[in-house]
Design a protein around this ligand. Structure first.
Ligand code: FEO
Length: 135
């Protein structure tokens, strides 16, 4: 069983971004699988590190795309990214220092944040992408 089931309702219509979102979903699902299988802390740490690095890369790519098209809500969108990276870094540090474990509560937080962010915040730039597709 997967924690997140990908659906086309999460597509933003820009292949590079959609593939990165799918990659993030795969990593959260992998963390869920590893947690339920009782994999070692080292194994979970590797996936969590990948998730953190990949999330930063995705945000950076998305921000470049928004700047390229002069997206008016860029600053507000970027602020959401910055806050989430702060949360991820904090989880990562707490996990490495044995203050927290990878729990269902943590994974549900990651899942809810990502899906809400895609559906509410990322999708707001869809008209801009659509407009620039034909220019
Ligand atoms: Fe796809 Fe704004 O993150």
């Amino acid at each position: 069983m997967e924690l997140i089931e990908w659906s086309d309702k999460y597509l933003v219509g820009y292949d590079e971004i959609d593939n990165q979102h799918k990659g993030l979903v795969i990593m959260i699902n992998e963390l869920f699988t590893f947690m339920t299988e009782g994999k070692s802390k080292e194994n979970l740490e590797i996936i969590f590190d990948h998730l953190t690095v990949y999330t930063k890369e995705h945000f950076s790519n998305e921000e470049k795309m928004m700047l390229k098209y002069d997206y008016p809500d860029y600053e507000q969108h970027k602020l959401e990214h910055v806050k989430f990276i702060e949360r991820l870094n904090s989880f990562k540090s707490d996990f490495e220092n044995n203050k927290i474990t990878i729990s269902l509560e943590l994974l549900n937080f990651l899942k809810d944040w990502l899906l809400n962010h895609i559906v509410i915040t990322d999708k707001k730039y869809m008209p801009l992408l659509e407009k620039n597709r034909y220019e």
